[in-house]
Design a protein around this ligand. Structure first.
Ligand code: ZN
Length: 575
């Protein structure tokens, strides 16, 4: 057992490299053999958990108060000093474990991941990876700097896009056109960056000895349980099964809005998501005070499952949430882990809208994952693949949705709750075809690197995929902005290939929801069981334990889509 490890948040925050280094040195020099391997792993984990928690606590502090200079300095000091040293020290311990050839029980998956990462590691790629990171920052800067004049004021495009929710169609169209023109003005800059991204990625793959960047990305993302061909099948299944259902949603909304054709400015995101509500739709105002939000969410979780409700109440009781929006708070929402105490922390920027309710449910799903894995001994066993981590959160959105009405402890009248649930399910349905476009586009780019590095060829491919997967919206006369859609999907540029995960997780979440409609207690028990496995089993096993199939075929997707359409139909009776 290592002595004198920090045991309180206060002492943890003060933990600095010289002290941490001595623990890593001890672990590195300690001979390992069959009798002491468990103790060695436990000690390594104790250090790793504290580092992870230290980082999480520093990040929480900076996001809770962006004006806190001391928190900022602590974070910078950590990133510039401790963090880099820790990465190198962790690498040495991983190599030590791999070289020992020990296969401790429950370590099969962590070892598999370590081997893949060690295989991919290549010193000559370090400067290229840093260069790629700089290109990503330039990409973010280009979009971050885009502002326009709107009604006499300089506004960001995000602010401008809020007009897509307005009932006045002319106003929507005007805002959309201004936004599109501003984005097109940066077309050349994005194209130039893209050529550089493609060049760097080809070199990264070559250095690592991979035939293409796609193979590199696959291994880097630890995708052991599916292939590019599976993603292809998934996209084809989406085309067959989801596209017709999505088109039905667009059609229905078009009629409700009294329009001849649905144009991009009729959609809430100006792109692919559902249209803005028709006149007379309920304005959802779920809560005023944060206490009301907490009470409502707690009551909903108690209905889903008393243990999960208890977890949420522990978050509140132990001060492990920061839910209210206020000045000097970072935007967005997240759930992070205080790993040494095995407790989560949930961060939301709630202002009183429906989205805040859904975000809190989502992040709580991630938090439940951390509670459920509290019994897993080693930190290396806690890394859950993204494809399943999002099942915990997206699944919780759906599992909680039947209790959104006030009579179940939630926030709404029966009809408001039904309305909110329809919007939620429709948005999920409309996401799949878009996801397929993003995924197929990237498959094509890296499979055909010469054409993929030519912006004009990329435009043509994106346009072709867009017409195939999103026929429900009329883009005629808007070709230039349509075909450059790939410019505006940041994942394609800054986190390549990372996207299909959401589509796969959503399919898992819908299957769990379907199980709950038949057997609520059984479905939640399976969900909790799967969460409790952390990262100790394969992706198909995680899905299977949760009562779902990790699948890419149209049969599973068809079952999911039928269920979603059936639920929408039932809810429409209640609106
Ligand atoms: Zn999430």
């Amino acid at each position: 057992m290592l002595k004198n490890l920090p045991s309180t948040p206060e002492s943890l925050i003060e933990w600095a490299w010289p002290e941490i280094e001595s623990y890593y040195q001890e672990l590195e020099s300690r001979p390992i053999h069959i009798e002491n391997i468990a103790a060695w792993l436990a000690d390594w984990s104790s250090v790793g958990e504290r580092i992870e928690e230290l980082y999480a606590r520093l990040a929480v502090a900076t996001s809770m108060d962006t004006a806190d200079k001391e928190a900022d300095e602590r974070m910078n000091k950590f990133l510039d000093g401790t963090f880099r040293n820790v990465m190198a020290a962790e690498q040495k311990l991983k190599e030590k474990l791999l070289a020992s050839r020990f296969e401790p029980q429950g370590f099969e998956i962590p070892l598999r991941n370590m081997r893949a990462e060690a295989d991919l590691f290549c010193a000559s790629n370090l400067p290229l990876l840093a260069e790629q990171q700089k290109l990503a920052i330039r990409y973010d800067k280009i979009y971050g700097a885009q502002t326009v004049q709107w009604e006499g004021q300089e506004v960001t495009l995000t602010r401008l896009a809020m007009n897509f929710q307005q009932p006045d169609r002319e106003r929507r169209k005007k805002a959309w056109k201004i936004k599109a023109a501003r984005q097109l003005a940066d077309m050349e800059a994005i194209n130039e960056l893209w050529v550089k991204f493609m060049d760097i990625r080809a070199r990264i793959a070559k250095n690592a000895g991979k035939p293409s960047y796609r193979e590199y990305a696959w291994q880097q993302k630890l995708r052991f349980d599916y292939t590019p061909a599976d993603c292809q099948s998934f996209a084809e299944a989406i085309e067959q099964v989801v596209v017709p259902a999505a088109t039905r949603i667009y059609e229905k909304r078009k009629k409700a809005l009294g329009l001849d054709s649905l144009r991009p400015w009729d959609l809430v995101d100006g792109w692919f998501n559902r249209p803005a509500p028709a006149a007379g739709a309920p304005a959802l105002k779920p809560f005023v005070s944060i206490d009301e939000l907490k009470q409502g969410i707690s009551a909903i979780f108690q209905k889903v499952d008393p243990v999960l409700g208890g977890y949420f109440d522990t978050l509140l009781k132990d001060g492990l949430t920061d839910l209210a929006n206020r000045k000097n708070k970072a935007p967005g929402a997240y759930c992070t882990s205080f790993t040494s105490i095995r407790k989560p922390f949930v961060f939301v920027n709630a202002v009183g809208i429906h989205e805040d309710v859904m975000t809190t449910l989502h992040e709580s799903g991630h938090a439940f994952h951390i509670f459920e894995t509290a019994g897993i001994p080693y930190i290396q066993q806690l890394a859950v693949p993204m494809e399943f981590a999002e099942v915990a959160s997206m699944g919780m959105e759906l599992l909680a949705s039947p209790y959104l009405a006030r009579q179940n402890g939630g926030f709404y009248s029966e009809s408001e709750a039904a309305y909110a649930r329809i919007e939620h399910i429709e948005s999920e349905m409309l996401f799949w075809p878009f996801m397929a476009v993003v995924d197929l586009f990237q498959e094509w780019v890296y499979e055909n690197p010469a054409a993929g590095a030519e912006p004009a060829a990329c435009d043509a491919k994106w346009g072709e995929l867009w017409d195939r997967f999103l026929p429900g919206v009329d883009w005629s006369g808007l070709e230039e902005i349509k075909v450059t859609g790939w410019h505006r999907k940041l994942h394609i540029h800054t986190v390549p290939f990372y996207y299909v995960e959401y589509g796969l997780a959503q399919l898992g979440a819908v299957q769990i929801f379907g199980n709950a409609l038949k057997d609520q207690a059984g479905a939640v028990a399976a969900y909790r069981k799967a969460l409790s496995l952390g990262g100790t089993v394969t992706l198909p096993r995680l899905f299977e334990t949760a009562g779902a199939k990790f699948a890419f075929d149209s049969a599973i997707l068809k079952t999911a889509v039928n269920l979603m359409e059936k639920v929408i139909g039932e809810l429409e009776e209640k609106v």
